[in-house]
Design a protein around this ligand. Structure first.
Ligand SMILES: *Cc1c(COP(=O)(O)O)cnc(C)c1O
Length: 438
């Protein structure tokens, strides 16, 4: 049996109707090299989605490899209850410093959904510890995505991911998304944000007594189709959360780590949340790692003589030394290679490369936030994403549209020529898909 046949027999692939692989072949990747994935058959694909938004500095990055090799000779992992180690301490200190010490306490897990669960549990437990027992509900934005474990599904408003599990899920309330595409003629993105904030105020005025937290994906709701919005929404949400005594949870699992143009997306707003979730890019795309940063006010509410007032949550691999080392190496690259400055240039190259796409008559709402660029395609939705994905592969690109939204979320290593090439090949894949080329 070939590797592909063996994979289909033994591996249950994620986010996949396995039967579709009867017609769409799997691709076996032999190795990675910078932004390139190199298949067993020698084909090369530009990883324009950073392998599900995790890879920041290309595959097999020499610096991260070196740091990991050194760490494997010292310590791979140790229980983090009762013990500590240099990588987890340094990582926590560096992340705290990046928030200007507004969020100085780091709690670790392995995947993004677990970070969401931790923030939700910490928020409710905080209110319990402070005598506000009624505050056990959450509110999220329409179209939100915060992960797919049962608790995280409660604040994920994507029917396809939630419907089958509805009986398990205590769904949160949803309020209007500030998605700038909802602008009426003559309205700006900020106008839409102000309108959505008014809807949030309306909700909180009525429900603050039982609401523990508002959870948001700052600036870009990625999984629903790269819905981008004005930072004014977050400033207003922060003020409303303060006014109504509701926590603000910023899920920066996708938009953190430089993706938005700043290290944290919340830096575009001038305010901080009570909880900030990170995962995906934090380990450079190397190892599963997630964390929740929280304020000293939150931390102090758990600090007591009674054990049960503490946050007793744990995961086996909490604070894994190799994953923390990959994250430290990632932060070193940000500093040593002045990545945020370089990305400002890179984002401009992406914008230029997308100009011919914007001129295509079927393309609407071409939009960009830092290192995320997206556009919507006016055509019947059925089959577009799959058809486009296949045409993109034939052009040497890994792209996975969400519904009719095509997006780029590439690693922070593309040069000007590669950005140009990405634009040309994307346009070619789009033309072939719309022309109905099989
Ligand atoms: C990917 C993602 C998650 C879930 O992370 P996993 O590691 O896939 O569990 C949560 N929130 C956002 C915004 C995400 O993009």
């Amino acid at each position: 049996m070939s590797l592909l046949q063996r994979s289909l027999a033994a591996v249950w692939h994620p986010c996949t109707q396995m039967k579709q692989h009867e017609t769409l072949p799997l691709i076996a990747i032999a190795r990675g090299e910078g932004p390139w994935l190199i298949a067993e058959d020698g084909q090369r694909y530009l990883d324009a989605v950073s392998s599900w938004w995790v890879n920041l500095f290309g595959h097999c990055n020499a610096h991260i490899n070196q740091r990991l090799r050194e760490q494997t000779e010292k310590l791979e992992h140790v229980i983090l209850a009762g013990f500590t180690h240099e990588p987890v301490v340094r990582l926590s200190e560096e992340l705290s410093a990046l928030t200007g010490h507004a969020l100085g306490h780091a709690f670790y897990a392995s995947d993004g959904a677990s970070a969401t669960e931790i923030a939700l549990k910490m928020s409710v437990h905080y209110w319990r510890n402070t005598g506000r027992l009624a505050k056990t509900r959450f509110v999220s934005l329409a179209g939100s995505y915060h992960g797919e474990t049962v608790g995280a599904l409660a604040v994920t408003d994507i029917a396809l991911f939630r419907e089958a599990y509805a009986p398990l899920v205590r769904a949160a309330a949803t309020v209007a998304s500030p998605d700038a595409r909802a602008a009426e003629p003559g309205e700006s993105a900020a106008d839409v944000a102000i309108r959505a904030a008014a809807a949030l105020e309306h909700f909180l005025a009525e429900h603050h007594a039982e609401t523990a937290a508002l959870i948001v994906e700052p600036l870009v709701q990625c999984a629903t189709g790269m819905a981008m919005y004005d930072p004014e929404y977050l400033r207003r949400a922060r003020a409303l959360c303060d006014q109504y005594e509701v926590h603000l949870i910023a899920d920066e699992i996708a938009v953190g780590c430089g993706r938005s143009g700043k290290f944290f997306a919340m830096e575009h707003t001038g305010v901080w949340p009570d909880f900030l979730c990170l995962s995906k890019g934090i380990s450079g795309g190397y190892l599963p790692l997630s964390l929740v940063l929280s304020t000293d006010t939150v931390y102090q509410a758990f600090y007591a003589d009674e054990v049960a007032r503490g946050f007793l949550h744990s995961h086996s691999y909490t604070g894994n030394a190799l994953a923390c080392t990959a994250a430290l190496a990632t932060l070193e690259i940000f500093r040593d290679e002045r990545v945020l400055e370089a990305n400002a240039q890179r984002a401009a190259w992406l914008a230029r490369a997308a100009e011919p796409i914007a001129a295509h008559p079927a393309v609407k709402h071409l939009r960009q936030q830092g290192m995320i660029l997206a556009f919507d395609v006016a055509c019947p939705e059925s089959g577009f994403a799959r058809g486009f994905h296949a045409h993109a592969l034939a052009e040497g690109l890994l792209l996975r549209p969400i519904g009719n939204t095509v997006y780029w979320m590439p690693p922070y290593v593309l040069d000007e020529a590669q950005c140009q090439w990405l634009g040309e090949r994307t346009l070619a894949a789009l033309s072939k898909t719309l022309a109905g080329v099989p």
